[in-house]
Design a protein around this ligand. Structure first.
Ligand code: PEP
Ligand code: MN
Length: 372
């Protein structure tokens, strides 16, 4: 059960203290307070954990400070969609809005290799007015002998260059608490020139200790990738771990499922699940056509499979695209064969705009039929 308090409830007021006193004395119920800074006001929510079934909604609504009460199903209590749940979804981070209505593009390097390549990438993004990117510094690799990412060594120049080219948010995977400290340190040393979205990779979707650690911090939003070999429910529960620890600024990423049925693509593209995730949860949904498709193959129509997949996700309502580009894919240290070329960025943007418009038109058609 979630108690939604009146906007701008004063946490020093006697009413608020009375509420917490009351909740503290409820047998078998624990609670957690969550605050959300909205555009105009602070939203305070109190999550009640335990056997809340016998509690009557009317009684809870009568408690001091309480505006609304939502009875949540067992699943995805914080990030899920529940009946009569009109809580807003999404969040703003470093000036960029992430929700189930927006679309943010994160073209960038799978893995940072040289400052020169980072700069070439960011220059074309700025030229096109793109303010988000991906730049992998810590790369979990299948082979222990493969390049593992420059890690801490590249962070200062990546952040400085992001600042120079007006990048508001850079997505990068983390796999260890040390990485969070290093990101904090590098941002501080460079004067906070950009924002960071922490990425939980598909290999770590069920690394529960990492999820708890990343969920306990609220400085950075999180992109959690779907686990490539587990059910959607298991991956959504993994996202809920982040929120249950305190960070509900979470984007859910579809990146394809490992299955021989997906051959010759690297993974089985799962972007038909964009609306499913939006229906089950309030998270914005990201698609990663690069890691799903994994090849620069194109069809007789002349379009790259990666662009087909990207547009399939967008026309289904995706809210973010994480996509690999590289100035010289043959020199990329990770995933060169799936990287788009910088000269392909304008085509990518045009195709995405067409797919996005088609999605918006589909919504209009659906609304028209619903009201007729
Ligand atoms: C990535 O985005 O760099 C990545 C490794 O993706 P995934 O975890 O989905 O394989
Ligand atoms: Mn990659």
């Amino acid at each position: 059960m979630i108690l939604i308090l009146h906007p701008d409830t004063d946490r020093n007021s006697s009413d608020y203290r009375d509420l917490l006193d009351y909740l503290s004395n409820m047998p078998g119920i624990r609670f957690r307070v969550h605050q959300e800074q909205g555009a105009l006001q602070v939203l305070t929510e109190v999550y009640l954990i335990g056997d809340t079934a016998p509690l009557r909604l009317e009684d809870m609504r009568d408690l001091p400070c309480v505006e609304r009460v939502v009875r949540v199903s067992e699943e995805y209590r914080i990030l899920g969609r529940h009946r009569d749940d009109t809580r807003p979804n999404g969040f703003v981070y470093n000036g960029v809005r992430f929700d189930q209505d927006s679309l943010n593009l994160f073209p960038g390097l799978c893995a940072v290799d040289t400052a020169f390549h980072v700069e070439l990438m960011l220059r074309v993004l700025k030229d096109k007015g793109i303010t988000c990117t991906r730049m992998g510094a810590y790369k979990p690799r299948t082979s222990p002998y493969a390049f593992q990412g420059h890690g801490r060594d590249c962070l200062n120049y990546v952040f400085e260059l992001c600042g120079k080219y007006d990048i508001r948010v850079v997505a990068m995977e983390v796999t260890h608490d040390k990485h969070l400290d290093e990101i904090h340190e590098a941002l501080q040393q460079t004067g906070n020139p950009t924002g960071v979205m922490l990425q939980i990779g598909t290999r770590n979707t069920q690394n529960f200790e990492l999820l708890k650690l990343v969920g306990r911090q609220t400085d950075f939003p999180v992109l959690i990738k779907r686990g490539f070999g587990i059910t959607l429910d298991e991956s959504l529960n993994a996202a809920e771990y982040l929120a249950s620890e305190g960070n509900s600024h979470v984007v859910f990423g579809l990146r394809g499922m490992k299955a021989s049925g997906g051959d010759p693509h690297r993974n089985m593209v799962d972007f038909a699940h964009v609306p499913v995730v939006k229906r089950l949860t309030r998270m914005p949904v990201c698609i990663d056509p690069s890691h799903s498709v994994g090849t620069r193959a194109s069809s007789p129509d002349g379009l790259l499979d990666i662009l087909h997949a990207a547009c399939q996700g967008v026309i289904a309502g995706a809210n973010m695209i994480l996509i690999d580009f590289h100035p010289e894919p043959s020199k990329a240290l990770v995933d060169g064969p799936q990287a788009l070329l910088l000269k392909e960025l304008p085509q990518f943007l045009e195709e995405v705009a067409i797919a996005r418009n088609a999605y918006i038109q589909r919504l209009e058609v659906a609304r028209r039929y619903a009201s007729s």
